[in-house]
Design a binder for this molecule. Structure first.
Ligand code: SF4
Length: 380
């Protein structure tokens, strides 16, 4: 053990002992090896996938042409990634210089276009955020960070997590515990891509096991986050900690470069999603996106916050969906719900969730997860 490991062991012993769990090691194989710097992170591999010279000036391409190029480059990326995973390539190759005309640059260009008109999330506001117009999330094109620090309270395999809290969110959850930043998009310090890369580097240097993009919600800031990777070169896993309501176009950009996913899966139907987060089509969008990430081989820890009186309509359908569709993921069944934000201000409107979940409700959630074979015990 090195000194930092001793410190983390004292603060969060489970951050080390969790790796003795067979399921955790199996499900988070890629993440573990990137965390230990045995493999390069995905975004570093993406930087080493060069755009063929005969493609010419791809920055003048239409959006469709750019997505076609992205698809083509993904094939090369997948070949190389498979070789890394199977040990068929010397990983020191990825410590060498790379061309500035690479797969990551194509992603940066596409991400900028998705901000005007904005279709980063399924709200599809279609406003030009570069002109200062703001959609439902309330953000213009500038990203703001409310805080960044080594988080010791995340799931055991992630601790200490280099967590970066962005402002703004596409959701309007009435019980939001981070409402001061999610619903106040200007409540943070402006960061450009270089500054964000610097913050990430400082977190990595301080011993973070990952760079954890969260908020608020990170999807609305994806264009700045992806561009920051141009200036970042640390071998550390990248983690996307999101409400999973992004568009397929946005998700496509993230699939190749995120080493681990930490999505919320809150509601087991569209109606609760609209009633409590003011968002349309919640269940369909989130399950669609989870399936895509899982199908791409993404390593996932799904968070499900148990809401009082929502066991039958939300907790059970969520757990059932996970068991049927994404069995090889870890699940954090969270018991820490407490009334916050609008639920405290106007409890008469949200009577069903105006208390903490009961012991009996949590037991019901756990025993249902056990019955389905959900893997949650090592981290919940
Ligand atoms: S990120 Fe989503 S909520 Fe924000 S402007 Fe774009 S489409 Fe609208």
């Amino acid at each position: 053990m090195v000194d930092e490991d001793v410190y983390y062991y004292l603060v969060r012993p489970d951050s080390l002992t969790v790796w003795g769990d067979e399921n955790v090691r199996r499900i988070l194989t890629w993440y573990y090896r990137v965390m230990k710097q045995i493999y390069p992170p995905r975004y570093i591999i993406a930087k080493h996938i060069e755009v063929p010279r005969d493609i010419g000036d791809w920055r003048s391409f239409s959006a469709d042409e750019l997505f076609n190029l992205h698809r083509e480059l993904r094939r090369s990326f997948r070949d190389v990634w498979n070789k890394v995973y199977n040990g068929d390539i010397d990983v020191n190759e990825f410590r060498r210089e790379y061309s500035s005309n690479n797969f990551l640059e194509v992603k940066i260009e596409i991400a900028k276009r998705l901000v005007n008109p904005c279709r980063l999330c399924e709200r599809r506001c279609m406003v030009n955020r570069y002109d200062g117009h703001r959609g439902v999330c309330g953000l213009d094109s500038v990203s703001r960070v409310a805080s960044a620090f080594l988080h010791m309270g995340e799931e055991a395999p992630l601790v200490p997590s280099g967590t970066i809290f962005f402002t703004g969110c596409s959701f309007k959850c009435v019980f939001c515990q981070n409402w001061d930043i999610s619903q106040r998009p200007f409540n943070g310090e402006i960061v450009d891509p270089q500054y964000l890369a610097r913050i990430s580097h400082i977190l990595a240097s301080k011993g973070a096991r990952n760079i954890n993009y969260v908020g608020g919600n990170p999807d609305q800031n994806l264009h700045v986050i992806i561009e920051s990777l141009r200036y970042f070169n640390d071998w550390i896993p990248l983690l996307w900690n999101s409400n999973m309501y992004m568009t397929i176009e946005a998700l496509e950009l993230l699939l190749d470069i995120m080493d681990i996913w930490l999505p919320d899966f809150k509601y087991g139907n569209n109606e609760c999603g609209f009633k409590l987060s003011r968002v349309h089509n919640y269940y369909n969008v989130v399950t669609r996106n989870l399936k895509i990430v899982y199908g791409y081989g993404g390593e996932i820890i799904i968070r499900h916050l148990v809401l009082p009186n929502h066991i039958e309509c939300c907790t059970k359908p969520v757990l059932r969906w996970i068991a049927d569709n994404t069995p090889n993921v870890l699940v954090n069944i969270m018991d820490q719900y407490r009334p916050e934000h609008m639920v405290v201000r106007e409890p008469w409107r949200f009577k069903d969730i105006a208390r903490r979940p009961k012991y009996k409700e949590m037991e019901e959630a756990y025993s249902y997860a056990d019955k389905l074979g959900i893997i949650y015990r090592p981290i919940s």
